[in-house]
Design a protein around this ligand. Sequence first.
Ligand code: HAM
Length: 412
Amino acid sequence: MSERIKTPRGTFDVLGEAALARAALEGTARGILERAGYERIETPTFEATALFARGVGESTDVVQKEMYTFDDGGGDSITLRPEGTAPVCRAYLEHGMHKLPQPVKLWYLSSFFRAERPQHGRYRQFWQIGAEAIGSDDPAVDAETILLLAEILEAIGVQARLRLSSLGTPDTRAEYKTELQAYLRAHEHALSGDVRDRIDLNPLRAFDADHAGTRQVMEGAPRLLDRLTDEDREHFEIVKALLDGAGLTYEIDTALVRGLDYYTRTVFEFTSDALGSQSGVGGGGRYDGLIEQIGGPHTPGMGWAAGVERMLLASPRQPVAPPPVDLYVAYAKPEYREEAFRLAADARRAGHATRLELGGRSLKGQLKQADRAGARYVAILGDEGTSLKDMESGEQKTVEPGTVMHHIRGTL
Ligand code: HAM
């Protein structure tokens, strides 16, 4: 026998109960987002590499180390999408969505790809549910999107902490970056090699470090939140007031940095202790400069994405019932197969969830299958004609061939 081929590292199959639990979660999220006026968007699985290099940022881990990038065979560089915000902004521009009433509110449920070291809750192909509201800088957009993710997490029983901060404008950030770099250089001896190497490129990541010495240095580091302009501060104050009014609790986390470069002003993350080291269930923020970065006019935007696998891992296990079966069509001998086939097809066309015996089982075996599937009715085609068994009452009666549908209609 030749060697068996398995799923690639960091990927997984979705089946059985896990597929049912996933579908239930997706249905809950879809309901909450669509009731809030978000419309579904799907973008291609791969995009021009430049979209992510420019949108997500050259200095980020995602772009530097985690992208699946390859030549499309014609000399163009393409990349399996590592995230959804840049693609949605690309679509907003490409379809002239600025002509629609603003903000344009879009949601997605897609798989994403990052060549990370796999671990519990961290995969190379993973799914996100995401929401983006593009075209308005109203702080109510920030508060509303955050509230929607909170609502989804609550609906699926995930207990998560909300961490909130503001990164201000790119100018404030640039000034702050210089200040932070000077601070880091003054404490260079105590920093980890990794952080030291990135002082020039991405000093903000120092807040993310696990290294004890670095963490100690960062406790005394200047905070961006103390450097915001009056306008940004006011924006943030309104976001907080709206969240307070909605009764949502949050912690201000001055050290909150997100792994993607496009954020401006509000940033947030929901974390769950149920997840271990990969505690981020979902997060996002405002990205008022992103559309300009990818070649469009200045257009504000705000959104988030939550990992489907992490939401499932963090939510209490609730067995999800498989979809009900209305009718199971069994037959006593192979010569009744054709009639059984026809009856099953007719029943499905009439909208009944119907199963047909396909495994060549004995009649006894078929009835066992019907019972296992939880079928409400079983039609048995045999020498004595057609009989219909009501599995709920146990009652069985002979019916005229062709009247099965008539008998079950109205009782399901
Ligand atoms: P992100 O924080 O990189 O943000 O990812 C969002 C969520 O996706 C994470 O909180 C986590 O639940 C999940 N996730 C990320 N990487 C992995 C992985 N390797 N395996 C499993 N789950 C993962 C974004 O992607 C932004 N586009 C969010 C956003 C939308 N910001 C504004 N709009």
